[in-house]
Design a protein around this ligand. Structure first.
Ligand code: DON
Length: 562
């Protein structure tokens, strides 16, 4: 009690840029740590490592567990990215992002008069990209796993067969999408419940049990071929989807070189295209160092304004220059070169803002969604894995494969269906991200690893669509510049600007009125959202202890170590 009173007094004596929260430290461990969006999945990862598995084994097991207990985003019908750092310091990245089906075409979401028909790319069978998650986990395990594949899929099968207890958030998300489930499916999948879902209800998924059984026994072929592959193709036919068996047979994840940049002597290891995350984060950190952002009072109006100025320019670059580099010549080295960035950030001034229209143009709304999912894992050898995976929107296309019990993504909406027409995150796109058969859609997912003086320091990532990059950016600054614990860095209020719309997003109730007034005085149009991002991170402290930082405040996230 005394400690609490002291902390409140301490908070009261500080300058008050933000609404104060009580300092907090996340769970610690000497050996290994998992931070994920659901306690049951985190516990699976911890147990795998206690049983002798490494971080890659744990990642595979956590991923499959999330596909059962966190259906809104954990998935086998979606895709994602892994960034990893081995204990010996070598780094790598695996791209298991969905691909446009071979029958996809550039104008497939435009109507007769050339207008973008948004619903087609967000709900139902035509919104679905060729899933990459199972192939990705298989590839990761083949290359780096130590334990038997079967034992990594089994915990997920147990959850599906025996059932798991719904959290309050889990129940409310299922209830929220009832109409869409009815609209998107030609039969009645288990999520449709006219009496409503309630916290504590047990969810048993018999069909998913069988599907995961095939994956356990036949690896990637258990998903892309045989009964499950057939069920997926039949589901496509039922709803005019365009994925064929050839799409499933030819899907391959791709090993990529991470984007490696620096920030104040730290090495930042990020995801390259088709994610925009690594490049955008590197650009933001370059700007933060150039303008000494970290010397400003944390979350003051100067700080938030400078961040927003950097973000506008970086998101405008994303719009024009970034796409799947297997199809489009992304100018990565130019975008990261100091000369280019110095010129790009020229004209940024403290306490004044450039309107987005002066940077270039477009107008759009931004949907609120935190339904991708990220997890961070460090094992006792010191290997680190950072994975962000998604169905895109919450519950993806809302289509559940009949007989196979898993949801399909709506990742096709991440393409730029028409230049100047925003996607569901309000993001604009260009030629670089136009639809082509077999191409991967541009992503904002930013699984990241930070190294300090040759040692692992931070493993980080989050959902949040377009806000992913800026959430990771702020969390890294919180640790490096403001010396926060991992938990405080995750808890801290976040702000976001994405160039278009020209709006500064802040979290409701987390910034003081006077600060909001100051930002409005500078010229920002403020838009309040409930949450920005939902981080699951790990910090290696100076004494080598691991600290988990999971966004319990913004969701069910949970970290645990030993
Ligand atoms: O890849 C992307 O950037 C999006 N599909 C991520 C979607 C997302 O984060 C949704 N939840 N917040």
């Amino acid at each position: 009690m005394k400690k609490l009173a002291f902390l409140i007094l301490l908070a009261a004596c500080q300058p008050k840029p933000t609404v104060q929260t009580i300092p907090e430290t996340g769970p610690t461990g000497k050996s290994a740590m998992v931070a994920s969006a659901h306690p049951l999945a985190t516990k699976v990862g911890v147990q795998i490592m206690k049983d002798g598995g490494n971080a890659f084994d744990a990642a595979v097991a956590v991923k499959f567990a999330l596909s059962v207990v966190y259906p809104q985003a954990g998935n086998i019908g979606g895709g994602g990215f892994a960034v990893f750092r081995m204990a010996n310091g070598s780094v790598g990245a695996l791209d298991f992002r969905e691909k446009a089906p071979l029958a996809a075409s550039r104008d497939m979401y435009l109507d007769e008069v050339g207008e973008f028909t948004e619903d087609l790319s967000t709900i139902g069978h035509q919104a679905v990209g060729v899933p990459g998650s199972v192939a990705g986990m298989w590839e990761l395990h083949q290359e780096y796993g130590k334990m038997e594949w079967q034992s990594l899929v089994q915990p997920a099968i147990d959850f599906a067969f025996e059932g798991f207890s719904l959290t309050k958030n889990g129940a409310s998300i299922l209830n929220h999408y009832q109409d869409e489930f009815i609209e998107a499916n030609k039969y009645t999948p288990w999520m449709i419940n006219k009496d409503g879902w309630k916290e504590g209800m047990t969810v048993i998924q018999r069909e998913l049990t069988a599907t995961l059984g095939f994956i356990r026994d036949s690896g990637r072929d258990g998903f892309y071929k045989g009964i499950v592959g057939d069920q997926l193709i039949k589901e496509m036919m039922r709803g005019n989807g365009i994925i064929t068996q050839e799409d499933l047979d030819t899907y391959e994840p791709v090993w990529r070189d991470p984007v490696v940049s620096t920030y104040k002597g730290h090495k930042i290891i990020g995801m390259p295209p088709p994610s925009s995350g690594g490049i955008a984060l590197a650009q933001l950190l370059y700007g933060a160092e150039k303008f000494d952002l970290g010397d400003l009072s944390h979350n003051s109006s100067e700080y938030i304004n400078l961040m927003a100025e950097l973000e506008k320019r970086v998101y405008a670059d994303r719009t024009i220059h970034l796409g799947d580099m297997d199809f489009y010549d992304t100018p990565q080295s130019t975008l990261l070169s100091p000369n280019y960035l110095d010129e790009r950030f020229d004209g940024i001034a403290m306490n004044s803002m450039t309107s987005s229209i002066e940077i270039t143009n477009g107008v759009i709304p931004l949907k609120e969604s935190e339904q991708t999912t990220h997890f961070s894992i460090v094992d006792s050898e010191g290997n680190a894995v950072s994975i962000t995976t998604t169905l895109n929107g919450s519950m993806g296309s809302k289509v559940m494969v009949k007989g196979a019990g898993f949801l399909l993504n709506n990742e096709m909406d991440d393409f730029s269906a028409k230049p100047g027409s925003p996607n569901m995150f309000g993001l604009l796109g260009s030629e670089a991200n136009a639809i082509e058969p077999g191409k991967r859609m541009l992503s904002s997912m930013t699984p990241t690893i930070v190294e300090k003086e040759g040692q692992l320091r931070i493993v980080a990532g989050t959902p949040g669509g377009s806000t992913i990059i800026t959430s990771v950016f702020q969390t890294i600054l919180n640790v490096i510049d403001y010396d926060m614990t991992m938990q405080d860095a995750v808890n801290a209020p976040r702000a976001h600007h994405q160039w278009m719309p020209d709006m500064l997003y802040i979290e409701k109730g987390r910034l003081s009125e006077s600060l909001i007034n100051e930002l409005e005085q500078i010229g920002h149009e403020i838009n309040e959202r409930k949450y920005i991002g939902k981080m699951d991170c790990i910090l290696v402290r100076d004494d080598a202890t691991l600290e988990g930082g999971s966004d319990r405040m913004r969701g069910d996230s949970y970290s645990e170590g030993f």
